[in-house]
Design a protein around this ligand. Structure first.
Ligand code: SAH
Ligand code: SF4
Length: 366
């Protein structure tokens, strides 16, 4: 795995790897379980607080890894309970992380996998930024830890995060190895212990990486489909020119469905563009029944985009027709609209404040 920093973050090291590293360097592998418990169960991020770990091992670990957590540099609270965080990394780069409350006291954290994104979807604000860099595994887990710590300090101890979706900035499968290691850390029963069904990865459809998913922890997979015609999909998502719908659907059929019984397809609804009767027919023809679930996402408008969100009547009609065609379907409600919680929107709004923050807090990025 390509190192992003000379000293990688500790929070991206899966338990098995940590055990190997300890063994190779003359330490006892069982110490890894104790260290995991300090960090991920007791949330003690300062090695000085680890009472049952030797000085020798602590100095080995701090010489090899960075234990610095990403910083919450800005946060917003929506009337509907959604919280948006701007999280700053060691080199001053920032990403968005959004906490979305759900029923039964569940809280989903929407995390970023890259700074910006290389895929360049025409409807997506992140896509217009281009890719600045991948996030290292520890920065991906770091968003979860930084928000957990922030909630504990600023809201209450009870505010525990229960689910993760890779739906912030970036294309997670473009950053395969780092996202894979971060996912292992999220799932580790001796650490954060999130269940496989509580983690969802959303991808724009990188076929070669989808074909490698049997080498990935078995989590939920969501595919950003957005169109059932190649012409429309290529206009929205340039990646469709490289891997069209036939290749994408072929690759999806081979995904091992261990953790779940179905694949979720995300379908952005854009007024008078992909919300027509012929789009419904094409979707019904395209998707394998019983194992497909469609999540309709009404387009989140933003000033720089000419795309519009269809009316509520149109959205409900689209859903009803799809269901009549035998496809299970849900509508994603917009969360945090008053704090610009949609993909990529905060970043531009916050640019001025951010620049100021970066200048104050960091020396020049490497
Ligand atoms: N890169 C991955 C995951 C991050 S994007 C992917 O594309 O799947 C997460 C979801 O937000 C995707 O389904 C994406 O299509 C959607 N999205 C992006 N811009 C949006 C907008 N303006 N309104 C609504 N959804 C948007
Ligand atoms: Fe990247 Fe996803 Fe946005 Fe497309 S929708 S540009 S893949 S973040």
């Amino acid at each position: 795995m390509k190192a992003i920093f000379d000293q990688p973050s500790f929070y991206g090291i899966p338990l098995d790897t940590l055990k190997e590293i300890l063994k190779e360097n003359g330490h006892k592998p069982f110490n890894a379980d104790q260290i995991y418990s300090w960090v991920y169960e007791k949330l003690v991020f300062d090695v000085d607080g680890w009472t049952n770990i030797s000085k020798d091992l602590k100095s080995f670990l701090t010489s090899k890894f960075s234990f610095e957590l990403p910083k919450v540099v800005w946060n917003g609270h929506s009337k509907d309970g959604t919280r948006k965080f701007l999280v700053g990394m060691r080199d001053s780069k920032t990403v968005e992380t959004v906490m979305i409350p759900a029923k039964n006291n569940r809280k989903t954290l929407c995390i970023s996998s890259q700074v910006g994104c290389a895929i360049g979807c025409t409807f997506c604000h992140t896509g217009t930024m281009g890719l600045t860099r991948h996030l290292e595994a520890g920065e991906i887990v770091g968003q979860f830890l930084a928000v957990t710590k922030w909630l504990k300090e600023n809201v209450s101890d009870e505010e525990r995060l229960s689910n993760i979706v890779y739906m912030g900035q970036g294309e997670p499968l473009h950053n395969f190895e780092h996202v894979k290691n971060a996912t292992k850390v999220f799932l580790e029963p001796k650490g954060l212990g999130l269940g496989q069904r509580r983690v969802t990865l959303s991808t724009s459809g990188l076929v070669p990486q989808i074909e490698k998913l049997d080498d990935f922890p078995p989590i939920n997979i969501a595919i950003s489909l957005h169109a059932a015609h190649n012409k429309i999909r290529s206009e929205l998502m340039p990646i469709n020119k490289a891997y069209d719908l036939t290749r994408l659907l072929d690759a999806i059929k081979k995904i091992p469905l261990k953790a779940h019984r179905y694949i979720t397809y995300e379908y952005l609804l854009i007024e008078k563009y992909n919300d027509r009767a012929e789009d419904i027919e094409a979707l019904i023809d395209l998707l394998p029944k019983k194992v497909s679930k469609v999540n309709l996402i009404p387009f989140n408008e933003y000033p720089e985009s000419s795309f519009k969100r269809p009316s509520v009547t149109r959205i409900n009609w689209f859903k009803d027709q799809l269901e009549k065609g035998g496809i299970t379907c849900t509508i994603r409600t917009t969360k945090g609209a008053d704090i610009l919680a949609a993909c990529g929107q905060l970043k531009s709004e916050m640019d001025k404040k951010l620049n100021l923050w970066e200048e104050e807090n960091f020396t020049s990025p490497t």
